[in-house]
Write a protein that binds this ligand. Structure first.
Ligand SMILES: [Ca+2]
Length: 156
């Protein structure tokens, strides 16, 4: 409807979930359904540093950073992170504190408050374009972030 904003701006917004951040702040026109997702995809590092030789360290160079935009803790149990293909990570018992990030690494490692490990032996995020989805336990999309064939990471 707000055509005066211009098509390019609209496209940019839709590539990364179609709303908020980047310019503006919170609350502007947000509806209740979207406000329900306090946890959002903040950044995806899809092309891990160096060549993709498949070592665990290289796999862990791939990650998704989730950020809790609210001041209160969020229970993450059952929340999922999924790629376009359908590879899915499901959080077990985990609480993300308010205004904190958690990094979900592709490879194996010891889980901590700020770092969780998918445990995969292969990369999950395509270097040449992909989409990361954050799903509620019921499967509804809470957030998503897409990128193209350039760069190594995307701020969503
Ligand atoms: Ca990758």
């Amino acid at each position: 409807m707000r055509r005066s904003e211009g098509a390019s701006r609209g496209e940019e917004a839709s590539r990364c979930g179609g709303r908020r951040r980047r310019g503006g702040g919170r609350g502007a026109g947000g509806d209740a359904a979207e406000a329900a997702s306090a946890v959002q995809i903040y950044r995806v590092y899809y092309d891990s540093p160096g060549s993709d030789k498949g070592s665990n360290a290289s796999l862990n160079g791939e990650w998704v950073q989730l950020f809790n935009t609210s001041k209160s803790s969020r229970n993450m149990k059952g929340v999922k992170v999924r790629d376009k293909t359908g590879y899915t990570y499901t959080f077990g018992s985990f609480t993300l504190k308010g205004r904190k990030s958690v990094y979900l690494h592709t490879g194996r490692g010891s889980n901590s408050a700020a770092h969780r490990y998918w445990g995969r032996k292969r990369y999950v995020w395509n270097n040449t374009g992909d989409t990361a989805y954050l799903l509620y336990p019921n499967g509804r999309v809470a957030d998503k972030c897409s990128w193209g064939r350039t760069g190594s990471s995307k701020y969503c």
